[in-house]
Design a protein around this ligand. Sequence first.
Ligand code: RM4
Ligand code: MN
Ligand code: MN
Length: 398
Amino acid sequence: MEADQIRKLLARQHIETPSWAYANSGTRFKVFNQQGIPRDAYEKIADAAQVHRYTGVAPTVAIHIPWDTVDDYADLARFARDEGVAIGAVNPNTFQEDDYRLGSVCNPDPKIRRKAIDHLIECVHIGAETGSKQLSLWFADGTNYPGQDSIRDRQDRMADALAQTYQVMTDVAPEMTMLVEYKFFEPAFYTMDLPDWGTSLLHCLHLGERAKVLVDTGHHAPGTNIEMIVALLLREGRLGGFHFNSRFYADDDLIVGAADPFALFRIMLEIVQAGAVVPSAEGDPAADNSVAFMLDQGHNLEPKIPGEIRSVMNVQEATAKALSVDLDALGTARQAGDVLGANGIVMDAYNTDVRPLLEQVRTDMGLAPDPLAAYAASGYQQKIIEERVGGTAAGWGA
Ligand code: RM4
Ligand code: MN
Ligand code: MN
């Protein structure tokens, strides 16, 4: 691909940040409190807007309900617009109440299932009100012991809950896509009701075209070849999006591209080869094969806004490297059975320093070439530390 074409694609890439990345986070051992943390959804969006201001490619922010509950969602969407961003994926939360001890939509008790499904439907309405394009579903549902519950009945309950929600989405939010996330273990350890991409895909196939799989890069067993999953889902038109983060061991939710930038590059290369870096037909959701790039991370030790800026830059660097692969030469080498040649072409691109290219992209967009330095010089961090005194800092309740 020509350099100016690469720069154009990079300028159009869209990487969503999560509202929860700006809140206090930690592990089950300790949540560390930082200064200047947002107290509500409005302040989280203001912080997310900073990431977009300095990177130019993070124009939406995902919300998590009830963490981001507000009285007036239209007002929240208006506020986001004034800040230069928009509301991204709406993430229901069915994992933090005592009622959900035995699961939410897969719970054996129909009353609890009803409550959980109603919450999913509430989130569809919030999506419609805020102009969100995605309903992003992750379930903590599962069992801890053999015999605890019927694996098959739980699948039926999952299918029913998804179908009810999909129906409402079709009725009231025609622009939304349902993203179905999976996770191989945790919090349940014997079975998770959506443990892998195959299970998510099976449910999506039953639902309809606007149900797609969400790949959270931290939700696989160590050593899983994630780009293989990505290639298969892209081939079926069912890769809805990513939750990017990086992991050393489990669901670490650390900065994307930190633990294994090569894996991130390999994933992006599959997306580049499928032509799915940016929407193929803007305005026409049916013809759109692009995937939603979303971050799902927490910054337990490092400051939040710079942590998100770094993460966006890491995704950009992996994308730039993947776009730099000479696909014509790669095709020729593959056809000729030139194993070393083909691998060499991919590795050459991976080993290219794309930082000057990205600086150029930012300069072309009217931005400072170094987003982290520009943010540090802006004084925003000091301002929120001074202003956000009193109230309750947002965060995990650990
Ligand atoms: C889960 C999953 C979800 C995210 C929550 C906070 O492990 O990754 O996507 O919303 O964590
Ligand atoms: Mn996730
Ligand atoms: Mn996760």
